[in-house]
Ligand binder design. Structure first.
Ligand SMILES: NC(=O)c1ccc[n+]([C@@H]2O[C@H](COP(=O)([O-])OP(=O)(O)OC[C@H]3O[C@@H](n4cnc5c(N)ncnc54)[C@H](O)[C@@H]3O)[C@@H](O)[C@H]2O)c1
Length: 439
């Protein structure tokens, strides 16, 4: 089995996990990042993100000499006696105001790679991109690659979830390879030879679409159950029971059927928008995706509606938020529902207290969370609050001592944005309890 030389450009949540896991599979990897602070941290042996299991693999592979770091694509592609056979693009593809994906970082990397081509190289897009990006990347390379050094562009979308990224990478449900040559397919299969997972080989465009279509489908499932939850609230039914009953049908399955205050993160919201945008560009109005987004926006406003229902005027009242990260087991705050909730509460001049087990450093540095009082734990957060909102279902918040919480709060109102708690238990303790889609 071959040991390949790999350069991964962009060392964020995806790039660093990709680079570290490929090193763990035995390949020689150089991770590149243009952020000097991030690079300094990596070179100092520190993983700059919270991702369970990553620091251990990172240290092991750095020590083994299989994982190194470089400040530029040029340095990442070539060093002493070393040349990358494969270059991954794992840079960010953030949303533009019109919903389209900003692919300028992808283009920049493609240009840099083209300038440094010397021998056959496979340029792999791992960032989430709209269909036809592979064609643009190939055109960009051709424009600069005047010597016609052979280069194949591959789409290898990443399906990892933050919080379980290492496991997801090493034990994925499938590996998708969008290729345009048998030569590239052979090397890509070799790269992943040690990973036990079905390998699906497609054309480049289909691979790009698999990623957008998958994320948008999962987002649709979440909004669907949230819409059902809204109906449950109107008629006094319990969405947890409805979802359970639906999920027992193997054609539906139980996953992504948990009602709550909506999805967030760096993937679902922007991928949904970008998928809608590219479909429109191509002349197809994928309006289902618009509804998915609208339902998700309404879910985030659920917190505000419920607080207003219970507390009347909000100005000067205190709301405590448990959890800030967009989901448990990550420190990622990008497009987190908590950020929108804070904005809506600020608009109503509410005093906000908040806590999170791992995202506090990022939260304190975030301009979007200015004015929030950060507390060391759930109890400190509950102190003097008129409402306690569970935003992120961290396991730490599951078994709180609610008798203690009740004594700390000014008004015993719990809004369970993730349906984590037992409504009867909280009501017995004297709380006014509201869950999403629960009686
Ligand atoms: N985060 C996830 O859970 C996830 C999962 C699957 C796919 N994706 C996709 O993967 C891509 C990366 O996401 P992420 O969460 O890792 O983003 P990220 O912001 O954590 O990482 C991107 C990194 O690229 C670096 N970078 C930007 N331009 C560069 C350049 N020209 N040269 C070198 N480095 C550069 C940035 O400094 C940053 O460290 C996105 O397209 C995203 O949609 C993300």
């Amino acid at each position: 089995m071959g040991q390949l030389s790999v350069c991964v450009v962009g060392s964020g949540y995806v790039g660093l996990v990709t680079g570290t896991c490929l090193a763990e599979l035995g390949h020689h990897v150089v991770c590149v990042d243009s952020d000097a602070k991030k690079l300094a941290s990596l070179k100092a042996g520190k993983v700059p993100i919270y991702e369970p299991g990553l620091p251990e693999l990172f240290k092991k592979n750095v020590k083994a000499g299989r994982l190194r770091f470089a400040p530029s694509v040029k340095d990442g592609m070539e060093g002493k006696g070393w040349r990358a056979q494969l270059v991954f693009i794992a840079v960010g593809t953030p949303p533009r105001p019109d919903g389209s994906a900003d692919l300028s970082a992808v283009e920049k990397v493609a240009e840099e790679v083209a300038r440094n081509l010397k021998d056959y190289t496979i340029l792999i897009d791992k960032s989430t991109v709209p269909v036809e990006t592979g064609e643009w990347v190939a055109k960009t390379v051709s424009r600069i690659n005047k010597k016609h050094v052979p280069c194949d562009v591959v789409s290898n979308p990443e399906f990892l979830s933050e919080g379980s990224a290492v496991q997801d990478f090493l034990k994925p449900d499938r590996i998708v390879l969008g290729v345009s040559s048998a030569r590239a397919e052979k090397v890509m299969r070799e790269l992943y030879a040690k990973v036990e997972a079905p390998v699906l080989v497609t054309d480049v465009k289909s691979a790009e679409l698999i990623k957008h279509a998958s994320n948008s489908f999962l987002a649709t499932k979440i909004s669907y159950i949230n819409a059902v939850a809204s109906l449950c609230e109107k008629v006094g039914a319990d969405v947890a029971q409805v979802a359970h009953g639906m999920g027992l049908d193997r054609r539906i399955g139980p996953m992504f059927l948990r009602a709550g205050i909506g999805f967030g993160g760096f993937c679902f919201p922007k991928d949904l928008e970008a998928f809608h945008w590219i479909a429109k560009q191509k002349g197809f109005d994928f309006h289902l995706l618009k509804a998915v987004k609208e339902i998700n926006e309404q879910q985030k406003a659920w917190v505000i509606r419920r607080i207003e229902e219970n507390l009347w005027n909000l100005e000067g009242k205190t709301v405590a938020l448990l959890g800030l990260a967009f989901k448990p087991h990550t420190d990622d705050l990008r497009f987190a529902p908590a950020v929108d909730i804070v904005r809506m509460l600020h608009e109503r001049r509410v005093r906000i207290r908040a806590t999170d087990p791992v995202a506090m450093a990022r939260a304190k540095a975030s301009s979007e969370l200015k004015g929030v009082v950060f507390c060391k734990d759930a109890y400190a957060c509950a102190k003097g609050a008129d409402a306690l909102v569970l935003v992120t279902e961290w396991p730490q918040y599951k078994d709180l001592d609610f008798k203690r919480v009740s004594k700390l709060m000014r008004n015993p109102l719990v809004l369970d944005g993730r349906n984590l708690y037992d409504p009867q238990k909280l009501r017995r303790l004297g709380f006014t309890y509201r869950g999403v889609g629960r009686p």
